[in-house]
Write a protein that binds this ligand. Sequence first.
Ligand SMILES: *Cc1c(COP(=O)(O)O)cnc(C)c1O
Length: 387
Amino acid sequence: MSRASETSIFTEMTELAHRTGAVNLGQGVPELDSPPVLLAEVAQAVLDGRNQYPPAIGVPALREAVAAHQRARYGLEYAPGDEVLVTTGATEALASACLGLTGPGDEIVTFDPCYDAYPAGARLSGARLVPVPLAIDGDGFVLDSDALRAAVNGRTRLLVLNSPHNPTGKVFTPDELERIAEICREHDVTVVTDEVYEHLVYDGARHVPIATLPGMRERTLTVSSAGKTFNVTGWKVGWVTGPAHLVAVVGSVKQWLTYTSGAPYQEALARALGAVEGWAAGLRRTLTAHRDLLAAGLEEAGLSPYRADAGYFLQADIRPWGFTDGLRFCRELPLRAGVVAIPTSAFQQGVDTTPWLVRFSFCRRERSLADAVDRFAALTASRPEGA
Ligand SMILES: *Cc1c(COP(=O)(O)O)cnc(C)c1O
């Protein structure tokens, strides 16, 4: 069966949720509010007639806002004229980078488990994806630099980094980033870094863009997007920053994929991005509370989750329930507990050494999460002592 005709696990689990009335904590589609001003401004931009093709590289105001954001937040300087490109979501930036920078015979290294757009990008370009497993250490996921070193060779053209990381909620530490950077500098590897969760970092964790490390700006394309930051995943507006020669490669592919991206959204997002800090602080408070609510419920149910310092997801170990296969667990969970999750194996490209991991999303409404927690509690209460 071709990849395209496989029923994805997301479709299967969403259908299962509908059929059984289970709470869907599978897919990572946020159920949270967006900034009201942003919504009003998009509506106004449409009514004002900003409905024709904007410039291929993006509306000037948004490119300037992205450059200002990178400078103010990270001290990274990019020229809005040729070092910032607006794309149709982060997805298009990632696919265009793979298509423009790699081809058959090349290798793309990424960390496993990974977001499914990376293997898709490799398939589109004909390059080989080389997954490097993240290691588990205590309650979190860590870089295995020996494994990374062993994976990089003369054929490695790209390293696709994702920090903050989906599906684990890991934030790569400055020390880990330095070890990755060292290997990339040594082997002259270009880095594409997917930072769509850059604002959704909790507790004391801090997001550091790899482009800020010595010798990395010149070899790094940094990708981000409005979807996760403003709870507008349906708008599909993303952007990429980097040195002009790399941004130009992405732009030359983007030109023939979509040419340009949603004009009214870009206008409104330019203003929202300028005021993102206040908005993001509130969103982080909400998501931290949601994460803690779900984590406590899972803990209570005996499915102790790993630490999630960022993003939308918790990883849980299902072995205490006597399961070793996440897919089987996820097919049974709606019937047993009335909750839907996604097996982490769906994000695993290499040998799966952790088939017992399952991903739960906490970007849902508080009511959905409380409902899921209640269902777990009811299940625990009905189980005989010691079972
Ligand atoms: C959601 C997500 C994306 C997709 O971003 P779009 O802007 O919707 O294309 C990319 N990368 C990761 C890690 C994501 O979780």
